[in-house]
Design a protein around this ligand. Structure first.
Ligand code: MG
Length: 382
């Protein structure tokens, strides 16, 4: 290439870049934003790696105990920006690191020209398989983080939510011996709400509540994890709990016992919230009338896009709202926290239950979910 032709080449290349900037509003919008890398590819690149979350305490619910939770951490890079995501796989949901990685290998984001095509991208990801909701959430969260970073805004602000209305988050105390329950209850003292896992048997359930009440009067949310099999027994337990400053009951009965649950809800002095019974948006139709409300979790519903839709549908049905989590890092917790202003209850303590978090994000201040102005899902990689 001669000097003249090189100069002409550079000149025309510069013109093409300038023309592209004028024609592409996202480019104009993003040009003053701070980038993670100076410049990068305009093809979205998804990367992922397995990560084992170590539990601070052995974690026990009605049917299982464990010391680690399998995660897969994701990143989507585009034009020098990086969005972070995560899949969390508690064993009872049927996904594993291997199944998530197998799913993510099928995801080809290079077929999309811009991360702003959120609806098309996530509809394509959802259509890859029937299940794999945590794997899908790992793409959804990373994509939302990426787009929020390009826009320079957090999602609670993009959605127009008021952060002042975010609720207190609960801190979970699992089924355990009296001694450990007392220790965990003291550990929960900065929190304004304690969530208790019940559903084993009457003696253990009442021991749990009485032990916590021997330490504190803090409000309790009860999660029976489908553990009460008879509707009359369930209602008796709920009436007993109502005397103990409990303010809601999550999934008292098996998820398939819809008519029995509807009877419990009609007769209960406390709101009854669907967790295992409510996975995705379309589940809400059949739960209307049987439950007082739903517990939305990103790992169940494929991520932030569908969670936002669930908020609107549940409100249209006059159902009450809770946001929950799995054992996960501050990445997925901070993504879920973006929806917290629309919630009556928040159970976003999954990051506090692990000892090897790799992100810093949503902070609990005086027990309350507190949102920052950091863009995207509001996390910093540690
Ligand atoms: Mg639950």
């Amino acid at each position: 290439m001669t000097v003249t032709s090189r100069r002409n080449f550079l000149k025309s290349a510069g013109l093409i870049t300038a023309a592209a900037a004028i024609m592409n509003p996202f480019e104009l919008f993003s040009q003053n934003r701070e980038k993670t890398v100076k410049s990068g590819s305009k093809k979205m690149v998804l990367t992922f790696r397995p990560y084992d979350a170590q539990m601070r305490h052995v974690f026990t619910i009605a049917n299982s105990s464990r010391t680690t939770t399998q995660l897969v951490l994701t990143e989507i890079e585009w034009d020098g920006y990086v969005g972070y995501g995560e899949a969390a796989m508690p064993p009872y949901l049927g996904e594993t690191q291997a199944s998530v990685i197998e799913f993510l290998k099928k995801v080809d984001l290079s077929r999309f020209s811009s991360p702003f095509e959120i609806q098309d991208i996530l509809a394509y990801v959802d259509a890859i398989s029937i299940n794999n909701t945590a794997a899908k959430a790992a793409v959804d969260i990373a994509l939302h983080d990426l787009v929020g970073k390009i826009m320079g805004q957090p999602w609670w602000k993009i959605w127009g939510f008021n952060p002042a209305t975010a609720p207190n988050t609960s801190f979970t105390v699992g089924l355990d011996t009296e001694e450990v329950v007392k220790e965990k209850t003291r550990e929960a003292s900065p929190y304004k709400v304690i969530k208790v896992k019940l559903g084993r048997d009457e003696k253990t359930d009442k021991m749990m509540i009485n032990t916590i009440r021997s330490v504190t009067d803090t409000i309790i949310c009860v999660d029976a994890n489908q553990g009460w099999k008879d509707k009359h027994y369930a209602l008796d337990m709920i009436n007993w709990l109502n005397e103990k400053n409990v303010n809601m009951i999550e999934q008292p009965m098996p998820k398939l016992l819809l008519d029995e649950t509807a009877w419990v809800t009609q007769n209960s002095p406390l709101p009854i919230i669907a967790d295992e019974a409510c996975q995705r948006l379309t589940d809400i139709y059949k739960l209307k009338g049987a439950y007082s409300g739903i517990n939305i979790k990103l790992m169940k519903c494929t991520g932030m896009r569908e969670a936002r839709e669930m908020v609107s549908l549940a409100k249209a049905f006059n159902m009450r709202l809770m946001i929950g989590c799995m054992t996960e890092t501050s990445c997925a917790i901070s993504a879920a926290a973006q929806l917290a202003p629309e919630m009556e209850w928040a159970d976003l303590d999954g990051n506090l239950l692990i000892s090897n978090d790799v992100f810093s994000g949503m902070q609990v201040v005086n027990g309350k979910v507190t949102l920052s102005d950091k863009p995207g899902i509001g996390v910093i990689k540690l």
